[in-house]
Design a protein around this ligand. Structure first.
Ligand code: FMN
Length: 199
């Protein structure tokens, strides 16, 4: 697939705020644009013994609220990990844009509430199909083809559907360029602050 992003990444930055503006444009575009690699982000959490990472589709991004939305199967083990330790890192890189974005924050799990209902209603039947798989995510099985979904009733997947809301308190922007890399950190602690970093 040709990687096409309508976002123009600046070649140089007069002001550090331009890095946050660009990150906002990249992630806002990535929600509906499956041709940018920021559409599929790496979400890492701690499973109690080690870091555990996986690729997830970005379903919503809102810089003002400082949230990202992801969808997953409620039967997955990570739901338990997040309940014990909600600290999460989200990472993306797209070589077409030469930008890496790294965010830290916490995830809240939603199950059968207003948020999951809205997200479910906005999902395609193709997406809903994933949640109708029998047995639940990550279970050890003998024969994969036994788990191929042939006929399915999309709405039956709702009972297995979860929404993960990632609330971030830092966003790091790294732009790689031969003439000089640019790295900036934006943090929302008690109040917002930002700084350039040695790349
Ligand atoms: C392109 C791509 C997109 C994916 N999107 C999601 C997703 O949105 N939600 C999800 O739970 N898993 C998604 N997965 C599967 C996960 O990466 C992972 O394999 C799955 O969640 C099971 O592992 P886990 O329970 O440790 O997360 C995706 C995988 C790929 C390759």
């Amino acid at each position: 697939m040709i990687n096409e992003s309508p976002v123009v990444v600046p070649d140089s930055y007069n002001n550090i705020s331009e890095t946050l503006d660009t990150a906002d444009k990249i992630l806002t575009d990535a929600v509906d644009n499956s041709s940018t690699l920021f559409h599929t982000l790496v979400v890492s959490l701690f499973d109690g013994k080690k870091v555990s990472s996986r690729v997830m589709v970005l379903r919503e991004f809102d810089l003002k609220k400082r949230i990202m939305r992801f969808h997953t199967d409620h039967r997955a083990e990570k739901i338990q990990y997040i309940s014990n330790q909600s600290s999460v890192s989200v990472l993306g890189y797209d070589p077409a844009l030469k930008v890496q974005l790294k965010l830290h924050g916490n995830i809240d799990v939603h199950y059968d509430d207003e948020i999951t209902q809205m997200a479910w209603e906005g999902s395609s039947n193709r997406s809903k199909k994933c949640y109708t798989v029998k047995g639940g995510s990550s279970k050890q099985i003998k024969e994969p083809s036994d788990y191929d979904i042939q006929e399915f009733e999309p709405e039956s997947g709702y009972k297995n559907f979860s929404v993960l809301i990632f609330s971030f308190n830092s966003l790091e922007y790294l732009y790689l360029k031969r003439s000089g890399h640019r790295r900036a950190i934006h943090k929302w602690d008690d109040e917002y602050n930002c700084s350039w970093l040695v790349p």
